[in-house]
Design a protein. Structure first.
Length: 149
C-alpha cells in the first residue's frame, strides 16, 4: 500500500511527502511497518477481500508533543491506489473516531505533510479535523490536526 502511494505521488511530481523510493526498499520503513503490524493498533480495510487501506492508531508519534489530555492518535493512514476514490480513507478515519469514543477520549489527532499545495491538510479538514499546530522534522513541514469528540 505504501509503495503504491509513493509511486502515485512520484508520478505527480509530489515527492516531498515520502520521497520517490518505495517503502519496501528502506529497511527502517520496513521495520516501522512491521512493528505496526505486530501491534494491536493496525487496522486494515478490505474491499472484496483485498487489502485496500491501512490505519495505525496509538499514542502520538515521537516528533509530536502529547496532548495535555487523553487522546487517540492516527499514526499512519494509507490507501492502496487501486482503491482510490472508494471511501477507504474516510472509513478508516471513521473507525478511528469510533475507537476513540469507545475508549472514552475526547480528542482524536493526526499529523500529515503540509508542503506542496496543502492538499493533504485539506483532505483531513474535509473529514472533520481542524488545524491545531504546525511542526517540522528537519526540512519536512508537518501539520497536526485534531477532532473533538
Amino acid at each position: 500500500m505504501f509503495d503504491s502511494a509513493v509511486a502515485w505521488l512520484t508520478a505527480q511530481g509530489r515527492t516531498g511527502q515520502w520521497g520517490s523510493d518505495p517503502f519496501s526498499a528502506d529497511p527502517a520503513r520496513v521495520e516501522r511497518i512491521s512493528r505496526w503490524a505486530a501491534s494491536d493498533g493496525m487496522r486494515i480495510a478490505e474491499i472484496d477481500g483485498e487489502p485496500a487501506g491501512c490505519a495505525v492508531l496509538g499514542p502520538p508519534m515521537p516528533y509530536v508533543d502529547p496532548a495535555p489530555e487523553p487522546e487517540l492518535y492516527v499514526q499512519a493512514l494509507v490507501v492502496d491506489r487501486r482503491f482510490h476514490g472508494r471511501g477507504v480513507g474516510a472509513a478508516l478515519l471513521a473507525r478511528a473516531r469510533a475507537e476513540a469514543v469507545e475508549l472514552g477520549v475526547s480528542l482524536l489527532r493526526v499529523d500529515c505533510y503540509a508542503g506542496d499545495d496543502g492538499r493533504l491538510v485539506r483532505y483531513y479538514e474535509s473529514r472533520g479535523f481542524t488545524r491545531a499546530e504546525t511542526f517540522s522534522v528537519g526540512e519536512w513541514p508537518g501539520q497536526i490536526l485534531q477532532m473533538r469528540l
